[in-house]
Design a protein. Structure first.
Length: 272
C-alpha cells in the first residue's frame, strides 16, 4: 500500500494540473469580457491555437517533474499498432456519430448540404486535429493516468471524465443561454464520451491513438453534419443534437460497446 508521503505529492500534482487546465480553458472564454468586434475574433483565435502550445508544455513539464523525459510516456509513443489503433478508434467514432446522424436525419436538424463545402471540411481538419491530440494528451494521457495511480483505472476514468465534461462549460455560458436540463444532458454526454476515450486508452494497451482517432472522427462529423447549437437553430436538440441529446448518449454507449468488443477480441486472439 502506498504511504501518505508517496500519495501526497501525486495528489498535489493532480490538483495543480487540473487547475492549470481550467485556466487554459478559461483563457479564450475570458476574452469575451474584454474584447469586442473584430479584435475579439482575432484574440479568441490566437488564444484558441495558443492553448495547444500550453497543452503541450503542461504535461511535458509535469512528466519531467516526476522524473520522466518525454510526453511519449503518456501514450503517444508510436509502435507497430499505432495505425491499427487510429483506424479502430476512427472507425468507431464514425459508426457512433453516424448513429446520431441517422436519427437526426429522421427527426432532427442537420446542416444543409449546400453548407458542407471543401473550405468547411479543411477548416475542421485544421481545428479538430490539434483538439483531438492535445485534449487526449492532457485529459487521458496525464490527468486520467495520474488519477488512476491514486484510486485505480476506474477511478481515473470517471474522475477525469467528470472534469473533461465540466471543463467544456464554454458551450453553455453565460447561464441562461440554454435551459438547465440541456446543460445536464450536455455534461452527461461529454462524461460518457470521456469514459469511451478512457476505455480506449486502457483496452489498446495504455496508448492514446485509438482515443485520438475516435475523438477526431466524432468531432469532424459533429461539426460538419450538424448546426452549431446553441448559436444555430436545432429542432428538438434534447433528443437529436449531437453531444446535447439523448440519442448522443446512445451513440457513445454504442462506441463503448464496439471498442470493448474489438479490443477484447484482439486481446483474446493475441493470447492464443
Amino acid at each position: 500500500m502506498k504511504s501518505k508521503e508517496t500519495l501526497k505529492p501525486n495528489i498535489y500534482r493532480v490538483i495543480l494540473f487540473s487547475l492549470l487546465m481550467f485556466i487554459i480553458v478559461l483563457l479564450p472564454v475570458s476574452a469575451s469580457f474584454i474584447f469586442t468586434g473584430e479584435s475579439y475574433n482575432l484574440i479568441v483565435t490566437l488564444l484558441f491555437f495558443g492553448s495547444f502550445i500550453l497543452m503541450y508544455i503542461l504535461p511535458l513539464y509535469f512528466v519531467r517533474w516526476e522524473g520522466g523525459n518525454s510526453i511519449e510516456e503518456l501514450g503517444v509513443g508510436m509502435d507497430d499498432n499505432t495505425v491499427r489503433d487510429l483506424f479502430i478508434g476512427g472507425l468507431t467514432g464514425i459508426i457512433a456519430s453516424g448513429f446520431v446522424v441517422i436519427f437526426a436525419y429522421l427527426g432532427g436538424t442537420l446542416r444543409p448540404v449546400s453548407q458542407i463545402t471543401t473550405d468547411l471540411i479543411i477548416s475542421q481538419i485544421i481545428i479538430t486535429t490539434p483538439v483531438a491530440f492535445f485534449e487526449e494528451l492532457c485529459y487521458r494521457g496525464y490527468m486520467m493516468t495520474r488519477m488512476a495511480r491514486l484510486g485505480g483505472p476506474i477511478f481515473g476514468i470517471l474522475l477525469s471524465s467528470i472534469l473533461f465534461s465540466l471543463f467544456h462549460f464554454s458551450w453553455w455560458i453565460p447561464l441562461g443561454t440554454v435551459p438547465p436540463h440541456m446543460i445536464l444532458l450536455f455534461t452527461t454526454n461529454l462524461l460518457l464520451g470521456g469514459i469511451v476515450l478512457g476505455l480506449s486508452y486502457y483496452l489498446s494497451g495504455e496508448k492514446l491513438w485509438a482515443a485520438i482517432g475516435f475523438h477526431f472522427m466524432w468531432n469532424m462529423i459533429a461539426y460538419i453534419m450538424f448546426p452549431i447549437y446553441p448559436r444555430e437553430f436545432a429542432y428538438l436538440p434534447e433528443i437529436f443534437q449531437i453531444e446535447w441529446g439523448i440519442i448522443s448518449i446512445l451513440g457513445f454507449l454504442l462506441g463503448a460497446v464496439i471498442i470493448w468488443f474489438v479490443y477484447s477480441s484482439l486481446i483474446q486472439k493475441e493470447s492464443e
